[in-house]
Design a protein around this ligand. Sequence first.
Ligand code: CO
Length: 211
Amino acid sequence: MEKSYKKLIDGNRKFAMEKKQDDPDYFKRLSLGQEPQYLWIGCSDSRVPANEVTRTAGGEIFVHRNIANMVVHTDVNLMSVLDYAVSILKVKHIIVCGHYGCGGIKAAMKPESFGYVDSWLRNIKEVYIKHAEGLNKIEDFEERTNRLCELNVIEQVRNLAKTKIIQEAWKIRKLQIHGWVYGLENGLIKELDTVIDQIKDLEDVFHYKNI
Ligand code: CO
């Protein structure tokens, strides 16, 4: 078997053995069901694994990842994950976690085609245009990228609040949406000042007043 592939199976055997040694009931308990309190919407980037960077274990975080941690209302995958996490699992917190130096953000800032991903990146270009005035003042490309990483997270937090799923949940219970950006260079998460936990945080036109 190819070495790089076999590494995964070997790793899995060690994982299963060590977990069982530390906590003999671990697998038995998890096999009965999940009650995660958090939904994580993060970038697909291999360097930002949700559980590892938050020191959490299996069963604690429900995870959705895509290029540049986007919340797109026509994305059947994201919307299904969101509905299940909010309506069935009843998570208490949703975290949109971007990261500095995001390749998706960098690509979206360039006037170039990257193939199939273009239609996905277009959503980020819209965020750029919305904040173009401030962004264009930042001369350094890396710095401008990192600011767009932050602004994009804030925009995706708002996009979550614009869904009927979230607004329905707010009618009956508490639910907080947080925006974070992870630093690849130091492993630290920056909490953005963008927590949304009620419909009032959003412009009137986005309210579904008949639900
Ligand atoms: Co990324």
